[in-house]
Design a protein around this ligand. Structure first.
Ligand code: PNS
Length: 168
């Protein structure tokens, strides 16, 4: 059984992430998307919301499972009985950090290899950060994230803005 873990923040999941999920799922028996519950960062969406959005947009891929995790990615890989980590490379700017992460992970656990997928050119400039920035200023994010995710980003941002206004 070839099992891989695709870890990330997915705050929120983008069309680029979804493309990597579909392509990785096509070459393994099971793909587990691990959503990092990171206490250091302040995400826009809670880990439960991020997991639910991922579940909604991957419902058409039978061998994909979505789970939250905290701690080291390699520990999560071990817990899942997987042997591979999946990551996407958008541009050369991703490479340095991704290489360092893959080498660190392999030095922690020699049984874990990282598989890199090069992002589709049409998604190469998309990041969760850019999505939030564009949405914040009322821009159109329909090309960047799946439709149900776009709705939730706008809802969340307008809730936050309303919340901030009432605090003033
Ligand atoms: O989507 P992101 O934010 O680029 O994903 C980064 C992620 C979650 C893969 C990375 O930060 C990670 O693996 N965090 C868990 C802690 C860990 O294992 N760190 C060691 C890797 S050098």
């Amino acid at each position: 059984m070839k099992r891989a873990v695709y870890p990330g923040s997915f705050d929120p999941v983008t069309k680029g992430h979804l493309d990597i999920i579909e392509r990785a799922a096509a070459i393994v028996d099971e793909l587990i998307v691990g959503v990092l519950n990171n206490n250091e960062k302040t995400p826009l969406f809670s880990v439960e919301e991020r997991v639910n959005m991922l579940k909604d947009v991957t419902v058409h891929i039978p061998n994909v499972r979505i789970e939250a995790f905290s701690g080291l990615s390699v520990e999560f890989v071990r817990k899942c009985n997987a042997s591979f980590l999946v990551r996407g490379l958008r541009a050369v700017t991703d490479f340095e950090y991704e290489l360092q992460m893959a080498q660190t992970n392999r030095s922690i656990d020699r049984n874990v290899d990282t598989l890199f997928f090069t992002t589709e050119l049409k998604y190469a400039y998309i990041s969760s950060t850019i999505v939030k920035e564009v949405a914040c200023y009322g821009g159109d994010i329909s090309g960047f994230v799946p439709a149900p995710v776009a709705e939730r980003v706008y809802d969340k941002i307008s809730l936050k803005t309303r919340g901030n206004r009432s605090e003033v």
